[in-house]
Design a protein around this ligand. Sequence first.
Ligand code: KIV
Length: 279
Amino acid sequence: MAPERSTGNRIGAEDIRRRKGGVPIVCLTAYTYPIARMLDPHVDLLLVGDSVAMVLHGHATTLGASLEMMIAHGQAVMRGSAKACVVVDMPAGSYEVSVAQAVASARLIIGETGCQAVKLEGGVDMAAQIAAIVAEGIPVMGHIGLQPQSVDKDGGYKIKGRSRENIAALFRDAEAVEKTGAFSVVIEGTVEAVASDLPRHIAIPTIGIGASGDCDGQILVVDDMIGMTVDRVPKFVKEYAKLRDTIADAAARYADEVRSRAFPGPDHVFSAASGKDQA
Ligand code: KIV
C-alpha cells in the first residue's frame, strides 16, 4: 500500500545508528495520521508501538496487539510523516515461534507499511530471530530490560537490574542484540545505575524509557507525554500537556450548548442566501 507522505528524505535506521554518543535521539510513539503529522517535524524516530493495543484499543496489556493492528497503524503513521524514521513493533506471537515466522512477519510489516524498521522484544533468547531479519536487509531495533510482552511470564511489570544475576543477564542481552546487527536498542524499566552503564558497553544507540538520561536517546508513549492517558500514568512519564482536561472541558461545554440549543449558531448552518455548496 502506498505510504503517501513518504519521501526520499526520511531519516533511516543507519542515520540513527550513526547518532551513537551524539545529540540525544528524540523518539515518541505514534499510532495515527494526525499525531504523526504533528510529531514528525520534532522527532527523529516514530515508533508504532504495540502499546497501541492498550492506548487506543483499551486492551489490558500489549498482548492484545495483532499483526493486522500494527500494519493498519503503521500505514497511518507513514501517511502522516515525511521525515522521521518509522519503526513498527512486531506484536507478541508474530516472531517468537521460529526464525521463519519472524522473517515472514517482518517482511509483511515492511511490505505493507513501507516503514524503515521493525522492533521486537528480547535479548539472548531472540538473537536468532533478530539476526535472520537483519540478514533479509530489514533493520531491527531491539528491546531489553522490562519487556511488556512478558508481563504474564514475569508476574507483572517488574523493574529490571535489581539483582546481580539480572544485571549480568541485561549486559548479556545488550551484547546479544548488538551482535545480531540491530541498529539500536530500547532499554525499558531498568534501575538507573545499570541503565547508565549499558550505553557505554555497546556500540549501538540505546533508547531509554524509565531507564537513564545517559542513554543515547529517549522515548515515551505519546499519549502519556501529552496527558491523554486515562488509566495509570507510569512514574517515569513527564506530562508536557494535560489534554485529558482540555478534552473533558470541550466535551462539557459542547454538551451544555447542545442541550441549551446554543449550538449550532448562525455561523454553523447554511443560509439559503449564501449560495455556498462546500461544507
Ligand atoms: O510499545 C511501545 O510503545 C514500546 C515503547 C514503550 C518503547 O515498546
